[in-house]
Design a protein around this ligand. Sequence first.
Ligand SMILES: [Zn+2]
Length: 295
Amino acid sequence: MWGSAGFLIGIVLGSLVKVLADRSLSNKSFWGRSYCPKCQHKLAWYDLFPILSFILLKGKCRYCKDKLEIEYLIVETVTGVLVGFLFWQSFFSFSIPQFQILSALMELAFKTFFVVVLVVLFLTDLKKMFIPDRIVIPSIIIGIVGLTVITLYKIVYLYNYLSGSVVGRLLLPPHNTYFQRHALAIAQPFFLSLLTGVLIGGFFWGLIIITRGKGMGGGDVKLGAFIGIMLGFPQALFALMLAFFTGAIFGLGLIITGKKHFGQAIPFGPFLVLGSLMMLFWGNLIIDWYLKLGS
Ligand SMILES: [Zn+2]
């Protein structure tokens, strides 16, 4: 049930992803109705159903009969599956307290937003080795605002909850430090996330200076900061490790098969995206497994 709802939301977001990625690459405005890239005919509302329209039109433009990119279908389906999986995984019952429902919904929206931005940047970096500022910079801002709202909500709720009862009021200042201690514990991951963003961004920045711009670009700095903020500590650091690991294996594969030679650049963004998705979905499992390796 949750999974299918997520899939439906995901395929709609998937068509948004494709538009954002295409228009970033062609440097066109994000606003305005979708149109056929070949004949420029504006699309009607019934041409805009994700997946369904593509199938009904047999992959051709209704107006000029030109073939539509199969990429529409792929991006919509992949985004649908990712968001569906996210919803399915974050299943929660509505019988939990109202406070938890709201914060669970906010966290789900936060993660869905993360997935959408990741898929857009995966596409642009893969196709043109380009991480557009007009996607990644607003995303960093939205990420920080979202995280702030969720954190403040939890702290304000705790305060209201405590002040609602006689016993609770005794836990508030000046009687007790209970509230301060718990508010601090809620705020801690928030500050760690910001710090992780600065740390990863700074790390990439350092790599650019050391390698004199070979290998990494300014886009990776911003994408790294975004991932740090969205995944937090230590998840984002694991995402980084996974990205380096999968990137190295893939790069080695390309060199062995003769598709690239050593020193030739491959975009790093797609690996950052893959590492982030792995941590978003299986973060706890991966961290547990890693910790067991050491013991
Ligand atoms: Zn057309």
